[in-house]
Ligand binder design. Structure first.
Ligand code: ANZ
Ligand code: ZN
Length: 801
């Protein structure tokens, strides 16, 4: 009987489909488990072998939970707005809706072929008007609470295509499409006030169980720092505010720097003698990204302001002010006090421009490099701070600043508000209109969804607006508030919008009165376990946590955090250990693997490939090993013997394997769980047969990993019902202990034999058995025993003469 994986897999996929086997039940009395994986962007390339790593892992968890009696929700959907689809549509003159439909169909067929136990009744698509109606609705609530506002912000502008580019379309400073020059252009944009939630987004990480590295990446992105805002005087009369995390170093400030975008530059234009140089510098800075500007290693550039100086509030000293791009307008106050002795960037700048370096914390050699250590140094050259530690000095100077009114303590966050506007077609229309009389007015709920209109071309207009702006009949509308003439907003939402709440829609995907019913949300939320790529542990996680907190504040959610547990998998690399990519020619197509070895082998292999959290190179030879394992499980059918329990000699092995597989799945150690099953199979094979009871256990353990073959054998062996309806197997801790052990028998310190004895044997019995051993007995005959030693579990030593 051959293992016909293709026939078997098709058969069971059809049965599961027809029976709705994996549908989550709306029975809110049962214990629930919500497993979530990041829904894919349905690209034109189809599924990548990287996708199934995450999907199979949580499929295993979901299947195990079903066997444990939970009502499991394991859903799937499509994050389908976005640039590649739009660009494909522009190039090929196909509606993005059709492109999306085709890509989704392909992805879905591929996912189904892997036997993933998604509840397809709950499939969602972010581009579906019934879905984005609620994305728009959430935006309106944000707007009503003052959390959405318009602001002039810099965008990437391709000077030759004349379009706004997303950050990922700017490659090496030039346009990815045409290679043209990209500059920063200021545009009025919708912003979301995520910064208002910065502290809660940090604090509530204590409520959840995320991998440490994920919590750290969230915290780093939010970037909380504490310090002081200090008012410097200027010879122009204006106060120049700076933010510093090191107010203790105030006496070491030898110059100041303001950002090229700082408004004082325009204000001081009449006083500044070298305004032309400064304008030229501003134009250069506009071409660079924040990232390029603040890189520590980059060559420092800047222009000294000729005509205005700063005044240090602690000693009244006049110091020069520079304009330099390493100071960003978007952080702190857009101006800094520079302390070259204790800050690396300032030090490099001071060396280049020949500025004084004054040591105020002793402990390093500030002529050689900046001394940045805060733990060990002692304050010097700092008047009333001299002799204090850095920590003490920070406190004392903050008090001094507050008392003299020259500054105050300040907490700052790196986190910026979320730029929510895109000048593109393929996104959710922003449901607001602008009325001359009433200002920005949201559409009434009854008018949602505001559908994307049909347009002639998806190409953005040459003046940087979305193609919607060219449709007069769509743009011109009436004000919902006063009935007068009004214009629709033509920007659309970013791709992040739909993915910021999709896990809520799965709870109740067909609801047309609310984003989901309160009962459904209260039952299913929070997600019990969310797995996804490390690349999404900053923005997506932050944005979706922000929206969840907002919905919690509105009373829609009953818990402030959306995901109880978050894990991340490593990337699957090419066979050469490099990232899989078309250009490297090392892309493995999942369809081919499934075709050649079957989905069960593919699933096992993806889980066996290495530590789940780490990157792993593809290996064709290891796939074959996984296939052989399944072939051998299949072949056991020929040697089934009666018996519902485990045979004595296999009892320990079974209990140990159940324990190991049960625990390893929870710890994401799928590779060692599979290794344990392989080792159990070896033990079984050594006996030449398998009892029905043993087979049953083996199939239940295997089922989450290889669901098709386990169903097929279960049915063929008439185990009753389907294995996916069975109960997860349990183990007995006592029976996991090895029941027999091997003991070395020494005569006068020399090993003469090894005997197998029960693990809990006592000294007297072990000695009887040792002395009776055929290799030992002759050596003792006629001799007198002087001493008998038993080292429990290890050895017996008999001294005789
Ligand atoms: C003086 C000083 C002395 C600083 C010293 C550091 C070390 P974090 O910790 O990342 O919050 N800074 C402030 N605003 C800035 C801006 N808009 N662009 C670039 N740099 C800016 O960094 C805060 C420190 O970064 C601040 O503390 C300031 O330099 C600089 F020994 O002030 B510090
Ligand atoms: Zn109006």
């Amino acid at each position: 009987m051959k293992y016909d994986f293709a026939g078997i897999e098709k058969k069971w996929q059809d049965i599961w489909d027809k029976n709705n086997t994996f549908a989550a039940k709306n029975d809110y009395t049962k214990p629930k488990f919500y497993a979530l994986v990041e829904f894919p962007y349905p690209s034109g390339q189809g599924l990548h072998v990287g996708h199934p790593r995450s999907y199979t892992a949580l499929d295993i968890v979901a299947r195990k939970r079903r066997l444990q009696g939970y009502n499991v929700l394991y859903p799937m959907g499509w994050d389908a707005f976005g640039l590649p689809t739009e660009n494909f549509a522009i190039k090929n003159h196909i509606h993005p809706e059709i492109v999306t439909k085709n890509n989704v169909a392909r992805f879905k067929q591929q996912l189904k072929s892997l036997g993933l136990s998604f509840d397809w009744n709950r499939e969602i698509n972010t581009t579906d008007p019934d879905y984005y109606k609620w994305t728009q609705w959430i935006f309106i609530q944000l707007f009503k609470k003052g959390l959405a506002y318009k602001k002039e912000m810099a965008v990437n502008w391709c000077t030759s295509c004349k379009v706004v580019l997303a950050n990922e379309e700017v490659v090496g400073g030039v346009c990815e499409r045409c290679g043209g020059e990209v500059i920063r252009k200021v545009k009025s944009q919708w912003m979301l006030k995520i910064t208002e939630y910065a502290q809660r987004l940090i604090d509530d990480l204590d409520l959840v169980d995320y991998m440490d590295k994920i919590k750290i990446s969230q915290k780093n992105w939010i970037g909380r720092s504490t310090g002081a805002e200090v008012d410097f005087g200027t010879t122009a009369g204006d106060v120049l505010k700076v933010y510093t995390t090191r107010p203790d170093t105030l006496f070491g400030a030898t110059y100041m720097v303001i950002s090229p975008e700082h408004p004082y530059l325009a204000q001081w234009a009449d006083r500044i003698h070298n305004m032309d140089d400064i304008r030229a510098y501003q134009a250069e800075a506009a071409k660079k990204s924040d990232f390029e500007r603040t890189e520590v290693v980059k060559e420092k550039t800047g222009v000294k302001i000729d005509g205005v100086c700063g005044v240090n509030p602690v000693n009244g000293k006049e110091i020069p002010i520079f304009v330099s791009d390493y100071v960003l307008m978007t952080y702190g106050t857009g101006a800094i006090m520079a302390v070259p002795a204790h800050d690396t960037r300032d030090w490099e700048f001071a060396k280049k421009f020949n500025l004084p370096i004054i040591e105020v914390v002793r402990g390093g050699d500030v002529e050689k490099e900046a001394f940045t250590d805060c733990e060990t140094g002692v304050m010097v050259n700092s008047d009333f701070l001299d002799g204090l530690s850095v920590e003490e000095a920070k406190e004392k100077i903050k008090d001094w600043l507050s008392e003299t009114g020259k500054g105050h303590p300040k907490v700052n966050y790196k986190l910026r508000d979320w730029v929510f506007s895109r000048q593109r077609y393929w996104g959710e229309p922003i449901p607001l209109v602008y009325c001359e009389k009433c200002g920005w007015v949201p559409l009434p709920e009854s008018e949602l969804p505001l559908r994307l209109p049909e347009v002639e071309s998806y190409e953005p207009t040459g003046d940087g607006e979305s193609p919607l702006a060219a449709m007069d009949e769509w743009v011109n509308t009436t004000c919902p508030h006063c009935g007068g003439p009004a214009k629709r907003e033509t920007d659309t939402m970013p791709q992040w919008a739909g993915s910021s709440w999709y896990f809520l829609r799965y709870c109740d995907p067909h609801n047309d009165e609310a984003l989901a019913s309160k009962e459904a949300l209260d039952y299913w939320m929070p997600v019990d376990w969310y797995n996804g790529g490390m690349e999404h542990t900053t923005l997506h996680l932050l944005y979706s946590r922000f929206w969840s907190k907002f919905l919690y504040d509105l009373g829609i959610l009953s818990k402030p955090e959306p995901y109880q547990k978050r894990t991340s998998h490593g990337m699957i690399l090419g066979e050469n250990g490099e990232k899989m990519s078309k250009s490297r020619g090392n892309v493995v197509n999942p369809d081919e693997i499934v075709g050649e070895y079957g989905a069960d082998t593919m699933r096992l292999y993806e889980m066996f490939i290495g530590d789940f959290e780490k990157a792993a190179p593809w290996s064709s030879s290891s796939i074959k090993g996984c296939k052989r394992f399944l072939d051998r499980i299949w072949a056991l059918q020929e040697n089934v013997i009666p018996g519902e329990g485990y045979r004595k000699e296999l009892e320990t092995a079974f209990h140990q394997t159940i324990k190991k597989v049960s625990e390893d799945i929870e710890a994401l150690k799928f590779n060692t769980a599979i290794a344990a099953m392989m080792s159990l199979l070896n033990d079984i094979s050594a006996t030449g047969s398998i009892t029905r009871g043993e087979y049953k256990t083996l199939l239940i353990l295997l089922n989450p990993f290889a669901p098709h073959i386990s169903e097929e054998i279960w049915e063929a062996q008439q185990m009753g019902g389907m294995v996916n309806e069975a109960q997860w197997v349990s183990y007995d801790e006592d029976k996991c202990k090895e029941s027999t052990i091997e003991i070395a028998v020494q005569i006068c310190g020399k090993i003469r034999a090894r005997i197998t004895v029960p693990a809990d044997i006592d000294k007297d019995s072990v000695l009887v058995q040792a002395k009776a051993d055929p290799a030992v007995a002759p050596l003792l005959s006629g001799k007198q025993i002087v001493k008998e030693i038993y080292v429990p579990g290890k050895l017996v030593n008999i001294v005789a003469k």
